[in-house]
Design a protein around this ligand. Structure first.
Ligand code: PA5
Length: 469
């Protein structure tokens, strides 16, 4: 039980008529039934037009992957991912991840949440043989691309020395995303210059992760890369963190991907089987929806308590924005990292417009030993911190959380808490799956197809037109 995510929205509920939750319950349960029925439509020609695209494959995928691993071990997708990840760890000391949007943000969230914040600064021994990590292909930024190319060129001169070897993965479901495709050309060129265009290394140290069809799939087939991992048709980009999109790079970085999937599978099971009150997906969706509908609370703040959760928040920003920001509807997501942002956004959240629901993401126990506030001789106590003798950094954080929640409650600002007992692969798996399920559930509730992102195409068409001039 110690690793189970909890959701507590009692503070928010004090600000709204509780009867509304009961009235909403049948609609929520119907939306859940619809999501379960969606699974049965996958792969058939029975998908109604208003449900297309239907990317519901993410719902059961974690359990499917675990079951497949149980029966096929090394021949399963997970087995192959782990083998290839081990090979890249042994064969390279730097690992470049190319991808954008759903092909980037989930992996970044996992990495920042679990790995040492100074990972790239550590020696290979301190990193336990895990390569340094670099993200590219997620923007159009000349200086950033140049800097990484320079780093790889100046730091990697001897391709036979493992400390100077590097590898890359290119992640794109469509295989046609410009930022990633340009990045792939640039870094592939560099890699082939280094190892030799037709060398085994150039085929084994590049790992494409892509859809079953498309430009990148075609190129990979022609090139003969030793491993190409698939992205299933029925899983959309921002829902793909538990496909090879997130799992392969996470495995290279030494994360326990089975624990991630177990957390996600357990959350799906909880969603499917538990009643309101003990079902964080239903409960969170109800609170978000009711405050938006009844109180015009249209800004959803994910208030993360700890630096390691910022990327997870940004992943959620994309998930909510791209899924429900359609037909002039959909709440606006905003991630804050506290206590940092109490010093920047806190004023507005305390006294600005009453249009925000603040959901805290709290980790109860840090992974490292608690650091005490140092006590100094009285003649150096000008900062008066000796009064905190015996207090640890986590005590200060807890006080900040309690103090902030109390201040918001006093000002009639709704808050709720997601509480993770610890931050690890299992609790992360639960959290990410919860947020994906809740996003789809809300879409079904408000009759917005949560899948697809037609609005993203407009800029791409214009950009292409400009480039073609
Ligand atoms: O959620 C989505 O589908 C998008 O954010 C995509 O992930 C993003 O546009 C990248 O697409 P692709 O993986 O096809 O390169």
């Amino acid at each position: 039980m110690t690793n189970i995510l909890r959701y507590d929205d009692s503070a928010a509920r004090r600000l709204i008529d509780n009867q509304l939750y009961e009235t909403l319950q049948p609609d929520l349960i119907a939306a859940r039934e619809e999501m379960l029925a969606d699974i049965a439509l996958l792969g058939t020609d029975q998908i109604p037009a208003h449900k297309q695209p239907l990317d519901a494959g993410f719902q059961n995928l974690p359990q499917q992957l675990l079951d497949e691993y149980d029966s096929e071990q090394g021949n399963s997708l997970l087995g192959k991912i782990e083998d290839k990840a081990r090979e890249l760890r042994e064969q390279s000391d730097r690992f470049v991840v190319l991808g954008i949007g759903g092909s980037y943000m989930g992996m970044r969230a996992l990495f920042e949440a679990v790995c040492n914040p100074w990972h790239n600064e550590l020696t290979r021994a301190q990193r336990q043989g895990v390569p340094r990590l670099y993200f590219e292909g997620n923007n159009v930024d000349n200086d950033s691309v140049s800097a990484l190319r320079d780093l790889l060129q100046s730091g990697c001169q001897d391709p036979h020395d493992v400390l100077q070897r590097w590898s890359l993965t290119v992640i794109s479901k469509s295989g046609g995303t410009l930022e990633t495709a340009v990045g792939f050309r640039l870094f592939r060129e560099l890699l082939e210059n280094y190892y030799g265009a037709d060398s085994d290394e150039s085929r084994s140290l590049v790992v494409p992760v892509t859809g079953l069809e498309g430009k990148l799939r075609n190129f990979s087939n022609q090139k003969g890369y030793s491993s190409v991992f698939p992205i299933p048709d029925n899983v959309g980009g921002r829902f793909s963190v538990f496909t090879a999109v997130g799992l392969f790079p996470a495995a290279v970085m030494g994360l326990d991907i089975k624990q991630l999937l177990q957390g996600a599978a357990d959350m799906t099971q909880r969603f499917v089987s538990q009643p309101m009150g003990d079902n964080p997906v239903l409960d969170y969706t109800a609170t978000c929806h009711l405050f938006e509908k009844e109180k015009n609370v249209s800004i959803r703040i994910l208030s993360t308590w700890g630096k390691r959760l910022e990327a997870l928040g940004l992943w959620y920003d994309q998930l909510l924005a791209e899924s429900l920001g359609k037909e002039e509807k959909g709440a606006t997501p905003l991630t804050v990292v506290n206590t940092r942002d109490l010093h920047s956004r806190g004023q507005q959240h305390q006294e600005g417009a009453l249009d925000k629901l603040i959901t805290n993401l709290i980790v109860e126990k840090s992974n490292s030993d608690s650091v005490p506030v140092p006590v100094v001789p009285e003649n150096q106590n000008q900062d008066e911190l000796n009064k905190l003798e015996g207090k640890m950094i986590p005590d200060i954080l807890s006080a900040a959380i309690e103090g902030t929640n109390r201040a918001y409650a006093d000002a009639n600002r709704p808050t709720a808490d997601f509480i993770l007992p610890v931050l690890n692969e299992y609790t992360l798996g639960q959290t990410l799956q919860l947020l994906m399920l809740a996003t789809v559930l809300e879409g079904r509730l408000i009759n917005i197809n949560p899948y697809g992102q037609p609005g993203v195409e407009a800029y791409k068409v214009n950009m292409q037109e400009v480039l073609n001039r």
